[in-house]
Design a protein around this ligand. Structure first.
Ligand code: GLP
Length: 241
């Protein structure tokens, strides 16, 4: 596991953005795993600016998002579908048929999980997976648990995640469940880049990098992945040994 410490979120955005752009330039039809939350937004801005300069096309790229809320219409302003379209997909030339999301409103969550696993396989596997990290060490919506998960599943969100994410929902009640890629699906990505900025992430970053590998800190499993880099600012790195 590599940890790269930067001064600003913009420097992180450029470093991660370059990794994605290079991968897509080398393999135009590859699958990239995308994440939501505030952390990857500057990276998406960097990618859009390079696209606008004519430096890269995403017309054959396939996308797989990590997670989606349950019991929320896909076109709700707080859905992760909406987030990705507003922050990235509508601003680049990715094709609608190449965009993949878990269906948080699926009738049969096991069938939905199997469908997603099959789609990832058919796309040749995820080449680069972008991750953020929750203040409790969650990745995707894999909350602290007794066991590491494998394929996608429906999760009950923890109070700490609800407290962290309620701000995005304002007056609207936040969903209590989500559908998320499992730890196994994330770990099968060829390369993983995790972005974390700010002091609020320092404890989770220290636990993930220096702590024991335990499902109580889901991100700690990344210590076992052969090609993972954490892109953090000084505040997020402040408790690292
Ligand atoms: C959300 C998402 C995660 C994200 C995390 C951190 O709950 N499901 O994928 O990494 O929270 O979000 P932020 O980057 O806004 O701190």
């Amino acid at each position: 596991m590599k940890v790269m410490v930067y001064k600003t979120a913009e420097e992180i955005a450029e470093a991660v953005g370059r990794i994605i752009i290079k991968r897509v330039a080398d393999e135009p039809s590859c699958a990239i795993g995308f994440a939501t939350g505030a952390s990857p937004v500057p990276t998406y801005e960097y990618i859009v600016s390079e696209f606008n300069k004519g430096n890269i096309s995403f017309k054959d790229m396939k996308t797989f998002n990590l997670d989606e809320y349950c019991d929320l219409p896909v076109d709700d302003k707080n859905s992760y579908h909406t987030f990705m379209h507003e922050n990235l997909f509508d601003k680049i030339d990715v094709q609608a048929e190449n965009i993949n999301f878990l269906d948080g409103n699926a009738e049969d969550y096991d069938a939905e999980s199997a469908r997603y696993a099959e789609a990832i396989k058919a796309a040749g596997g995820i080449k680069v997976q972008i991750l953020g990290i929750g203040t409790n060490g969650h990745i995707g919506f894999n909350e602290p648990a007794d066991e590491f998960t494998d394929e996608a599943f429906k999760v009950t969100l923890t109070q700490s995640t609800i407290d962290s994410n309620q701000k995005y929902f304002g007056e609207q009640a936040m969903p209590r469940y989500a559908m998320t890629m499992g730890i196994g699906s994330i770990m099968r990505s060829e390369e993983i880049v995790l972005i974390a900025t700010g002091e609020a992430k320092a404890k989770a970053i220290a636990a993930a990098v220096n702590g024991e590998v335990t499902p109580q800190c889901p991100a700690s499993i990344l210590q076992n992945h052969p090609n993972v880099t954490f892109f953090v600012d000084e505040a997020a790195a402040s408790l690292l040994k």
